[in-house]
Design a binder for this molecule. Sequence first.
Ligand code: ATP
Ligand code: MG
Length: 567
Amino acid sequence: MRMSNALIPTLRDNPADADTVSAQLLLRAGFIRKSAAGLYHYLPLGKRVLSKIETIVREEMDAFGGQELLMPIVQSADLWLQTGRWHAYGPEMFKVTDRHDRQFCLGPTHEELITDLVHSEVTSYRQLPLRLYQIQNKYRDEKRPRFGLIRSREFIMKDLYSFDRDPEGLDKAYWDMYQAYTNVFNRCGLKFRPIEADGGAIGDSQTHEFTALAEIGENTVVFCDCGYAANIEIAPCPAPQPKSGNEAELAMEKVYTPDAKTIEAVSAFLNVSATKTIKTLFFQADEELICVLVRGDREVNDVKVQRVHPCLALEMAEEDAVAKVVNGGFGSLGPVGLANVKIYADLEVEQMTNLVCGANEEAYHFINVNPGRDFQVEGYYDLRMMTEEDPCPKCGQKTDSARGIEVGQVFKLGTKYSEALGAKYLDENGKEQVMHMGCYGIGVSRTMAAAVEQYNDENGIIWPKSIAPYHVVVVPISAKDETQMAIAEQLYADLQKRGVEVMLDDRNERPGVKFKDADLIGYPVRITVGKKSAEEGTVEYKLRTEAENEVVALSEVVEKTVAYIFS
Ligand code: ATP
Ligand code: MG
């Protein structure tokens, strides 16, 4: 490609609403443009990167027995009503109505459609197992589209679905896909970890998230030298020490605590440690308001709460909803005297003596509150977020944590969809059996952004070789100089003949401008043709990962580039 013809609209400054490094750089370097909130154009450079990632994904899916197909994006409501997800999916689903008033959605995922297809086309054990996948746009009306391609409303996903005769077959498909995903993200050059994750409302379905490590990631990964690695959402906390019984239970008292509305303020005002207080939080669990208690210095883990109180959506309650059941505001909530609300408490709360909590009355707290004596709960469960002081659930040693971006997920669905949609087959004995399914997603567009999040510097993107839009940029210092241009053209042709993808920066621009763009766009190799190329037969060879140039003989530079790019 010649830069003079290319649509690569680089920008000097960061667009105001670009909220992460990857969004800034992909916009500035001319890979994407925003069309509306969470909706992006992939410009020619962006499209090339996507195609590279898709090729890697395709090769790995095919290597593990995947067959590519393509399903409609527009999906009828009927199937979603059969699985109960038409309502359960919630406001993230984009719904559309046709001219006959029939309802459809823009596919956020395709379990319903593929299960129905397989139900129609597969009847015998001889046709199983099957691994079917597609690479396609998905639609999710995210509450907060942000981070550019990382949380967009239209995005590209590879979704594979496996259909097996029995749980053993599913297990094989699952671990094959686990390996395929490991290969994909290794080949894309990402730093990532497969982590154990939440199996969702269905219970204990096995699932791993493939998480690209990055500071802006929305997931927290807990990991340990022993190999344990999990999303913090599911990391179990150890059972607390039983209370010693040395501390006598005192009489509960209401105390005046003006202006003390946070745990820190209350513990400072009453001169007690935060570990002697409890945090009282209200959640909206679908239509129901529930109350959750954890020790004052702990954080509630929503996923654990949702496991003990199954619901479709769990969100922090609004203050007016809470005001309907208690008198006090958010600054003085507590479980004492709370009626008509289910209270779930963390295991640690059960072991506390003479604790401090809000009195449900503005500016008052209770002291010397004792669980069981002064308030009752539905039950005590592990409901808190693990911390770095908690030991590894597997080996008991110290763990570490890191932030990460979920780029893929593998999930055992079991028979949930095949039962709901009647995906059955006849076994060797002519007996009807339900298929065992798995689903496996990779965020192709998110992977592109995750790579930029991991590989960049103050000058721009540093693409891993395998997914760079072009391998090499050839920069003639002066496009007006015929000798330089002739050498550059020759290099351009010779490199392409060897399978190298080359951009020729033939623009009539100052070298500084061309170098800046080359760094911003992030080509792995830059070859500069200047005066010395004609006079001494040399070019400047620079890797994007290195600070310094190397002077290389013109006669050797093609070989050197080929060796680097394809190593
Ligand atoms: P998240 O928890 O980040 O919302 P998810 O678990 O709902 O993601 P899946 O249903 O597992 O996502 O989808 C498979 C993959 O699609 C994810 O691993 C992710 O890489 C990608 N993906 C999901 N939502 C988005 C989005 N809004 N924008 C871009 N990619 C997405
Ligand atoms: Mg997921």
